[in-house]
Design a protein around this ligand. Structure first.
Ligand code: GTP
Ligand code: IMP
Ligand code: MG
Length: 407
């Protein structure tokens, strides 16, 4: 078993990008399994920030094979922009980046429908990223979507796209024209076709060779289409099981499932957040933690960490290690941790710490930070493998070396 899955434990934006970038030093391949350009994975190396939306977070390491699996939905323009950014940073991706031929293509009308529905006052407000995610997955499960492999026969793809455009126009007053659709398909085929592969086979070959592989989740497990706070969810499977499906590997290959969570909670978009806080306290955390969506720039909602919810998430995903990030953001604040619910209301324990930005080991962490972390471990009965106290690669304590060495 050579696979480690890294998923956002709760609502996403927990810092998976940084952790995967870190784990990638010891791995051979990183696979993005689901979702699309709604995700934004931020990696900071030597003060330089990279935001990846489709391309796996291992790309900054030259030795890593990066694979985008069948569970994803791809916007050709965003993909091209990411390639351009990598080129500008002198990161070579030739011969080490592959796209699943059965991933689906986000079309201009998907983006238009997503925006239209989001802005329509008569609809439930989901707060989507307006990147066309839900309409694209709707076409996929409706068995009429355009797969990336369809771009190899443009005429066929055009017929399908025109039919789909008519379908959406029938239901929504959208402006996308047939001409725009045809042009987009032509551009998309130039950008995407060179990267197409049978990525499930490629991955299983790597497994047979004993290579170490990281499956990179996107968003968080409570945004999952089946298990999240429906309808306030995304349209893909964001759980660890979903990662296996999206990548095209058997679950028996998985050794570790790392759930990444912040020392507090955030949520973009609407939907429940039982431990939400408002006013000065939340504004302060939002500013220090730079809690603004990396794709949309929207302010993230802020709350305290919710252990009863985390307990459910651990079971849902079979998480066997937790990575807790952003402890530094709570420095010198009256930190609260929701340990249980009584009569439907959260019950909190309080903590206060100030973590030095250059901490090198567990012993040097403030006592209250250690108690907070131990309380998480004890309550959900899972060990921590990592603690993050800053955005840089080195601002990370690895508590379980075997996870790092055994990915
Ligand atoms: P999604 O798939 O969109 O959920 O992304 P993600 O989980 O990769 O998280 P995202 O990059 O959106 O947000 C995490 C942010 O926190 C990034 O800006 C990181 O650089 C930053 N970050 C990660 N770990 C730490 C940490 O321990 N401390 C601080 N201060 N920042 C951190
Ligand atoms: P969609 O995925 O754009 O359809 O958005 C559906 C919901 O998922 C909204 O609440 C979004 O804010 C949320 N969401 C989508 N992608 C992310 C992400 O990468 N991080 C956090 N929330 C996300
Ligand atoms: Mg993000």
């Amino acid at each position: 078993m050579t696979i480690t899955i890294v998923i956002g434990a709760v609502w996403g934006d927990e810092g998976k990008g940084k952790i995967i970038d870190y784990l990638a030093t010891k791995a051979n391949a990183v696979v993005r399994c689901a979702g699309g350009p709604n995700a934004g994975h931020t990696i900071v190396v030597n003060g330089k920030k990279s935001i990846l939306r489709l391309i796996p977070s291992g790309i900054l390491h030259k030795h890593i094979t990066c694979i985008i699996g069948a569970g994803t939905v791809i916007d050709a323009k965003v993909f091209q922009e990411e390639l351009d950014n990598l080129k500008a940073q002198d990161v070579s991706y030739q011969n080490r980046l592959a796209l699943s031929q059965t991933a689906h293509l986000i079309m201009p009308y998907h983006i238009e429908v997503d925006k239209y529905r989001e802005e329509d006052k008569n609809n439930v407000k989901i707060g989507t990223t307006k990147k066309g995610i839900s309409p694209c997955y709707e076409d996929k499960v409706g068995r009429r979507g355009i797969r990336l492999e369809d771009l190899q026969e443009l005429e066929k793809a055009e017929i399908l796209a025109k039919k789909n455009l008519a379908y959406w126009k029938n239901n929504f007053s959208i402006k996308t024209t047939e001409e725009e659709v045809v042009n987009y398909l032509s551009e998309a085929s130039k950008v995407l076709v060179p990267f197409l592969a049978d990525t499930s086979k490629q991955l299983n070959d790597l497994i047979d060779e004993g290579k170490k592989i990281i499956l990179e989740g996107a968003q968080g497990s409570l945004l999952d289409i089946d298990y999240g706070s429906y309808p306030f969810v995304t349209s893909s499977s964001t759980t660890s099981a979903g990662a296996c499906v999206g990548a095209g590997i058997g679950p028996n290959q998985v050794k570790n499932v790392i759930g990444v969570l912040k020392a507090y909670s955030t949520r973009v978009g609407t939907g429940p957040l039982e431990t939400e806080i408002f006013g000065e306290e939340s504004d302060r955390i939002r500013e220090i933690g730079r809690e603004y969506g990396s794709v949309t720039g929207r302010p993230r909602r802020i709350g305290w960490l919710d252990l009863p919810l985390l307990k459910k998430v651990v079971k849902l995903n079979g998480i066997n290690y937790l990575a807790v990030t952003k402890l530094d953001v709570l420095n010198n604040l009256d930190v609260k941790l929701c340990v249980e619910y009584k009569d439907g209301k959260p019950v909190y324990q309080s903590y206060k710490w100030n973590i030095d930005s250059e901490v090198k080991d567990w012993r040097s962490l403030p006592e209250d930070a250690k108690s907070f972390l131990r309380k998480i471990e004890d309550t959900v009965d899972v060990s921590l493998c990592l603690v993050g106290f800053g955005p840089e690669r080195h601002q990370t304590l690895w508590l379980e070396r075997k996870v790092l060495d055994g990915v």
